[in-house]
Design a protein around this ligand. Structure first.
Ligand code: G3H
Ligand code: 13P
Ligand code: ZN
Length: 312
């Protein structure tokens, strides 16, 4: 099977009341961990690559790693997606370079400019059989070099979505309902609560249309603890409660983005092994444990949060 777009995945997820996990990949171990978990659980999966990942690992290496993962897991649908494309050029480069899906993130622009830029990417992508995700509303947090403070973030306005989707022809829409990027999503002492009222209002206005949640890591406290017990210093790391993600997955949300949880699992594994075995210097010794942690995170999400196990 070749890499697929997300069209079929999203239709089934929408109708079936579950969501597809979109996990960020930066190296071989992460690609292996995600696709091994998805393969064993017979789950469709989205592997996503940010501009930072392309800078770190190189576009061609990442595409070839994903192709290798596909060869090892021929029975599950795998989509390769550009995460947070900042401009037309990076989207074009990924469309021309083997991706099956791209995100154009025009959320930093005014409504009309966001529409114009998104439509330009949609026109180019659709002619080449690639699908496009866009964003309306602004999430707080850090992605690449952009740091949006909580004050500058803003929820998606439901009254804008219909016009946006119609005018751009986009295939899925990322919305801001209280999630944020990174491992420090909520102030300590506050109760994390996604705005399901906004989500439901959006669902009503664009029925059948796939919604995307970014910033959806739940920041597993067991990994934060391992990191901090082994020389780390992550203070007040708080994520989105998993019961809220489960609720989102049952709704029009068809794609749930997770990166920080993988980073935490990976870092916990490396720190623990390095701390317990100061004599180790073979990367395979600590990366084996780190990779197993990432696989465990992904398996847990697929089975216990997203509901995509057995849906390949
Ligand atoms: O949304 C951001 C993702 O976690 C990717 O992060 O831009 O540091 O690769 P990155
Ligand atoms: P997290 O930082 O919550 O993992 O979000 C990742 C993300 O939205 C990637 O686009
Ligand atoms: Zn994101």
């Amino acid at each position: 099977m070749a890499l697929v777009t997300t069209t079929e995945m999203f239709k089934k997820a929408y109708d079936g009341g579950y969501a597809i996990g979109a996990f960020n990949v930066n190296n071989m171990e992460i690609v292996q961990a995600i696709t091994e978990a998805a393969g064993e659980l017979n789950s469709p999966i989205i592997l996503q690559v940010s501009a930072g990942a392309r800078k770190y690992a190189n576009h061609t290496y990442l595409v070839k790693l994903v192709e290798a993962a596909l060869a090892e897991n021929p029975n599950i649908p795998i989509a390769l997606h550009l995460d947070h494309g900042a401009d037309f050029e990076i989207c074009k480069s990924c469309i021309d370079g083997g991706f099956t899906s791209v995100m154009i993130d025009g959320s930093k622009y005014a409504f009309a400019e966001n529409i114009e830029l998104t439509k330009k990417v949609v026109d180019y992508a659709h002619e080449r059989g690639v699908v496009v995700e866009a964003e309306l509303g602004k999430l707080a947090g850090i992605e690449d070099d952009v740091n949006v403070s909580a004050e500058d973030s803003s929820y998606t306005q439901p009254e804008e979505v219909e016009e946006f989707v119609t005018k751009t022809g986009v295939d899925s829409l990322a919305i801001a309902i209280g999630t944020s990027h990174g491992a420090f999503k909520f102030k300590p002492g506050t109760k994390p609560q996604l705005r399901f009222d906004i989500l439901h209002e959006i669902e009503k206005r664009i029925p059948g249309f796939p919604i995307v949640l970014h910033g959806a890591s739940s920041v597993p406290q067991e990994y934060v603890k391992i990191i901090n017990e082994n020389g780390g210093a992550l203070k007040d790391a708080i994520g989105v409660p998993e019961d809220q993600l489960r609720e989102a997955a049952r709704s029009a949300v068809c794609k749930i983005n997770i990166d920080s949880d993988l980073r935490l699992g990976l870092t916990a594994g490396i720190r623990q092994v390095m701390n317990e075995h100061p004599d180790y210097f073979d990367p395979r010794q600590y990366l084996t444990v780190a990779r197993a942690n990432v696989k465990a995170v992904v398996a847990h999400k697929i089975q216990d949060v997203l509901g995509s196990a057995g849906k390949a």
